[in-house]
Design a protein around this ligand. Structure first.
Ligand SMILES: Nc1ncnc2c1ncn2[C@@H]1O[C@H](COP(=O)(O)OP(=O)(O)OP(=O)(O)O)[C@@H](O)[C@H]1O
Ligand SMILES: [Mg+2]
Length: 282
């Protein structure tokens, strides 16, 4: 088999990448002006809401910008059992005495970090009580259990994200929460940008990357009507990595992309036909 051209660390910028940050910053290929918008929001001390489908680059953007801005990053993946105390902190019994232990939000507020609340709509509604005073111009964190009112350190920035496609009426941001944030929508990158991402992150050459992106576009056209989920950039990167490791492209796509989109055998068979038309068979 011919040797594959795998760039050594998968998360550094390919040569000539225009948006590279400091040398060790996780590489992020920009879709539009989102890096500038992020930087302006940070400078103006405005909280940022990032919307976009799964696997489109939200987390990578936040990691990249935290490095570029030189701020620590505290990430919390929200879930339906996550309440204000999980974010703020709680009293713990240590060696027979009670000690206060800061939660991730309190740490970020004190340190001047970027606090990234991923899938924020999943969190319990009582988190609103701590989000609102932090997200508006008060920039304070009320810690009910200790009676403290902690002013956010200058570098503190609140960033939240969610996937609008997964929302329902029970799980959506209240208008009063949403209107405290500057909003940014990410979508699938333009084909040339996505091919660069797949090549750099997946360790494949430009030709394989371009074919993976073509497949994603064909599958995305089926989204909504015939298919609930569509192929994300993340899935393309996974397929590329399998291919870089030695699997033929159609096999890599079946395992990493098609099987991830549906559990229904008939649907997967139909997707395989779409893939065969784009990639050929193996
Ligand atoms: N613009 C981009 N630049 C560099 N890599 C990217 C970009 N977009 C996507 N990727 C690649 O896709 C993967 C998934 O992206 P990421 O984890 O940022 O998605 P996400 O939008 O946070 O998804 P989720 O909503 O599921 O958390 C990354 O690990 C990276 O390999
Ligand atoms: Mg993410």
């Amino acid at each position: 088999m011919k040797p594959l051209d795998i760039p050594p660390p998968l998360r550094t910028a390919p040569a000539g990448a225009a948006q590279a940050g400091p040398a060790d910053a996780p590489w992020y290929a920009e879709q539009g002006d989102e890096c500038a918008l992020f930087a302006h929001a940070a400078a103006q001390r405005l909280p940022l809401l990032i919307k976009g489908p799964t696997g489109c680059g939200k987390t990578r953007l936040v990691e990249h910008m935290a490095h570029r801005l030189g701020r620590p990053l505290v990430t919390v993946s929200c879930h339906d059992d996550l309440g204000a105390a999980d974010l703020v902190g709680r009293h713990l019994i240590v060696g027979g005495s009670t000690v206060w232990c800061d939660g991730p939000m309190t740490r970020a507020v004190r340190e001047g970090a970027i606090l990234y609340l991923d899938e924020v709509v999943e969190a319990r509604k009582d988190t609103t009580v701590v989000l609102h005073p932090l997200a508006d111009d008060r920039r304070v964190l009320p810690v009910e259990r200790t009676g403290e009112l902690i002013p956010a350190a200058p570098g503190f920035m609140l960033v939240v994200s969610y996937n609008p496609g997964y929302q329902n009426l029970l799980k959506s941001l209240k208008p009063s929460t949403r209107q405290r944030f500057v909003a940014l929508t990410l979508d699938w990158p333009q084909p040339e940008v996505e091919a660069r991402i797949v090549a750099a992150e997946g360790g494949v050459g430009p030709e394989a990357a371009a074919r993976l992106v073509q497949l994603a576009q064909a599958l995305r056209r089926l989204g909504g009507q015939d298919l609930e989920e569509v192929a994300s950039t993340r899935l393309l990167v996974m397929a590329a990595r399998l291919h870089a490791a030695g699997l033929p492209l159609p096999r890599a796509c079946r395992a990493a992309v098609l099987q991830a989109l549906s559990d229904d055998a008939q649907t997967v068979a139909a997707l395989e036909q779409v893939a065969a038309a784009v990639l050929g068979t193996a």
